[in-house]
Write a protein that binds this ligand. Structure first.
Ligand SMILES: [Zn+2]
Length: 401
């Protein structure tokens, strides 16, 4: 290979020899260029006094179908000003002894793939991949700007072990993560409001969240002006679990003597949870048949659609009127899970009708929820909350205003 071409990759070194160990590795032995003295990594001055030399094996980026390894003699020099220092090798990144090109490649891949897969792909230890990503994130994630925060979205999500939770707060307008912390109790979310400070807290107008959380009490305590808004996404998901799923199972049990019909209903979950607009014509016909065969399912399905209308009411009064209608229909249905759900939902009415005034886009929360699930898979296996939270912060670093 031409010397100047090698300089492009491994400045200051030349190729001494190479080997092709099976099955598909390429080992390149590099030697320092005799024409060039080593430089002190601290002050940068050239020196001719070599203290010692250690041969490092480092993984380089792949070349065609070869896994490339380098054997690099790294010298320590006796600098006149600094004493014993490693020589300066610009393409070898920091203390990790990995080529900068490989580090850059890891940083690009780990945005797209789980740590484990990147490690396998490149033949690196997962710990190395994770620590490269961790360092990148630490540099990239900047402190959030509280300057214009007026509306918040708060949510909780399960951590790796399932029974432990974390709480995340984002600015509803910029979609920047403001804070993430372990826990979901009032005590756990309190530091968030203390961190924001009284001045910012007093400015908060609305906070969107799930029902049944400790957050609303804490919001009311710290943010005197804030209106709690219960988010459509969570309510509809809850309706799916507590009403539609329940009715579907009850119906299937009633049809125990009719295996064919029962099978159809048991398989119908996704048809019922999907947006009718997203169904193909054939699927639409199936859905119609299914609904006709099962009157209670029809009822809960219609009421699910109608429930959503509450969030799109043009005014709080109209939202209350729609609620009144919905509530009466739910109670008249005679369907127990639906009646129970409606009664429970009633105590959250104020936070539901608030959505007519404070339009906090529910798709943000739903999108965030899904994105966190993906990130959890990508960071999975490492049980490192600090790393996981950094990944979330980087994913929600805010829209440019
Ligand atoms: Zn020096």
């Amino acid at each position: 290979m031409d010397a100047s071409l090698l300089d492009l990759f491994w400045e200051g070194f030349e190729l001494e020899s190479y080997e092709i160990p099976p099955p598909n590795s390429l080992l390149l032995r590099l030697a320092p260029k005799s024409s060039q003295p080593p430089f002190c990594s601290d002050c940068g001055q050239a020196t001719l006094l070599i203290h010692d030399v250690s041969r490092r094996h480092v993984r380089e980026r792949d070349l065609f179908n070869y896994w490339v390894w380098l054997e690099v003699p790294v010298r320590r020099v006796r600098c006149a000003d600094c004493g014993v220092r490693r020589e300066k090798i610009r393409w070898l990144a920091g203390r990790r002894n990995l080529p900068q090109a490989l580090v850059n490649y890891v940083e690009a891949l780990v945005r797209l793939l789980p740590v484990k897969q990147v490690a396998e792909l490149l033949g690196l230890h997962w710990h190395t991949v994770k620590s490269i990503d961790h360092q990148r994130l630490t540099c990239e994630v900047t402190a959030p700007d509280l300057g214009r925060v007026q509306r918040l979205i708060m949510d909780e999500f399960a951590l790796f072990k399932g029974h432990r939770y974390a709480t995340v707060a984002i600015c509803a307008d910029t979609q920047q993560v403001l804070l993430i912390g372990e826990g979901r109790s009032r005590k756990a979310v309190r530091p968030f409001f203390e961190w924001m400070g009284k001045k910012v807290c007093r400015r908060i107008e609305a906070v969107a969240m799930d029902m049944n959380t400790a957050m609303d009490l804490e919001v009311q305590k710290h943010c005197p002006k804030a209106r709690v808004v219960y988010d459509l996404f969570h309510v509809v998901a809850k309706f799916g679990r507590e009403v539609i799923d329940r009715v579907r199972v009850d119906q299937a049990n009633l049809l125990r003597d009719s295996p064919a019909e029962r099978r159809v209903i048991k398989r119908s979950r996704w048809l019922l949870l999907r947006n009718p607009g997203n169904l193909s014509q054939e699927q639409g016909v199936k859905l119609e048949e299914l609904l006709a065969a099962t009157a209670p399912l029809t009822t809960v399905y219609v009421l699910k659609t109608q429930l959503k209308e509450l969030w799109y009411a043009p005014s709080e009064n109209e939202a209350r009127r729609r609620w009144g209608e919905w509530f009466a229909m739910a109670l008249d249905s005679g369907i127990k899970p639906l009646m129970l759900f409606a009664k429970r939902l009633q105590s959250y009415l104020s936070g539901i009708v608030a959505s007519a005034v404070f339009r906090l886009n529910t798709s943000v929360l739903e999108g965030m929820n899904n994105r966190i699930k993906v990130l959890k898979r990508m960071a999975y296996g490492y049980r490192d909350n600090d790393y996981f939270f950094l990944k979330i912060k980087a994913a929600f670093s805010g829209k440019t205003r």
